[in-house]
Design a protein around this ligand. Structure first.
Ligand code: MRU
Length: 344
């Protein structure tokens, strides 16, 4: 799968809303088109959002006719404002924008050279995502034993990253090492990232996968079907609180009750070292996603619905955070140490 690609100023990406039935590619020619693709969920998943935001900045530099460094920075900042408004929760998007803007501010040179520098920096960030996910997948695979049945939630696979995936990267790597692995994937209401995307990715690699609806997790654990849980993350803060797809917290509570290890796999670029748990913005999406199923109204007219896209799992429920810098304990001192010298 090639989730995202830069080709002469055009961002080519899989349209994830059409999976699993059709592998169709979108050619996004402007930052505005990229922003719309993110809000419409054609592109999703925290690391991929970080990479895509970087490509929107690369596109701005590529198309820029700015005559001075100040004008170029102004154009980049306009794109940054637009990208920051797309989805509020995945910190990768904010981290990659900050990294790119900071790098040009510290740079001297003529504007054409600076534009090229921005493009190169953005493409490096994209490639870096693939590299770190490969490394964390290898580290995480050591935690998986042959014979394990691993439960995962939402989609934290290749489709959510530039390549390899995070939680699914760990599972796939363990499988490629020859371990006998079974996966239980939750359907992930309301947008079905589990059944549409995770099942699709695992089937392509012939990794045994069984789908369950989100409300079957407790049952599956109670009858001993689940050995380990591995999920991705959209934002991890220093206290070790993990924000991920809505439903993750319930799974973590159930895992604790059943003494099942609950791992989070995410690159260091998913760490937010500034916010506290009260400051995390949980995206609230359109209620119709809950009131409808596959575009068909299922709820009675006039009923209200909640639709938070993410929830927050407290550190006491997390057995370990699998990163490219090792498996961290969800504790401030461990997370802070892993951040030293990080460049994303
Ligand atoms: O709303 P989505 O599909 O963007 O949510 C995705 C998730 O919650 C993933 O688990 C998370 O981004 C990690 S992806 C490697």
């Amino acid at each position: 799968l090639e989730t995202i690609r830069w080709k002469d100023g055009v961002v080519v990406t899989i349209d994830q809303t059409r999976l699993p039935h059709k592998v169709a590619y979108l050619k996004l020619k402007t930052p505005k088109q990229i922003a719309t693709a993110i809000t419409n969920m054609n592109i999703r998943g925290a690391p991929l959002l970080g990479a895509t935001a970087a490509l929107a900045l690369a596109q701005t530099a590529y198309r820029s006719k700015a005559a001075t460094k100040e004008k170029l920075i102004h154009e980049l900042e306009r794109t940054a404002v637009m990208m920051r408004k797309t989805r509020p929760t995945a910190v990768n998007l904010f981290n990659s924008i900050d990294t790119v803007l900071q790098s040009i501010k510290n740079r001297v040179g003529n504007v054409r050279v600076l534009s090229k520098f921005v493009i190169r920096k953005c493409l490096e960030l994209v490639e870096y995502d693939a590299e770190v996910n490969k490394v964390l997948s290898l580290k995480g695979a050591n935690l998986i034993e042959s014979g394990d049945t691993v439960l995962t939630h939402c989609n934290a696979g290749e489709l959510a990253t530039v390549r390899y995936g995070t939680a699914l990267g760990v599972i796939k790597m363990a499988y490629r090492q020859g371990k006998e692995i079974n996966v239980i994937a939750t359907e992930t209401r309301p947008l079905l990232q589990g059944s549409r995307l995770t099942a699709f990715e695992l089937m392509r690699e012939s990794i045994p996968v069984t789908l369950i609806t989100d409300n079957m997790v407790g049952y599956a654990m109670q009858i001993g079907l689940v050995k380990k849980v591995v999920v991705g993350a959209d934002r991890i803060i220093l206290s070790g609180h993990v924000t991920n797809k809505i439903g993750t917290y319930s799974i973590a509570v159930l895992a604790k009750k059943h003494r099942i290890p609950f791992y989070v796999a995410a690159p260091i670029s998913t760490i937010d070292n500034k916010q506290s748990v009260e400051e995390i913005v949980i995206e609230e999406r359109n209620a119709n996603e809950v009131l409808e199923f596959l575009g068909k109204r299922t709820a009675p007219k006039g009923v209200k619905a909640l639709n938070p896209a993410f929830d927050i799992t407290p550190p006491e429920l997390v057995s370990g955070i699998i990163t490219e810098r090792g498996v961290l304990q969800p504790k401030p001192e461990h997370i802070r140490k892993a951040l030293v010298g990080a460049s994303f």
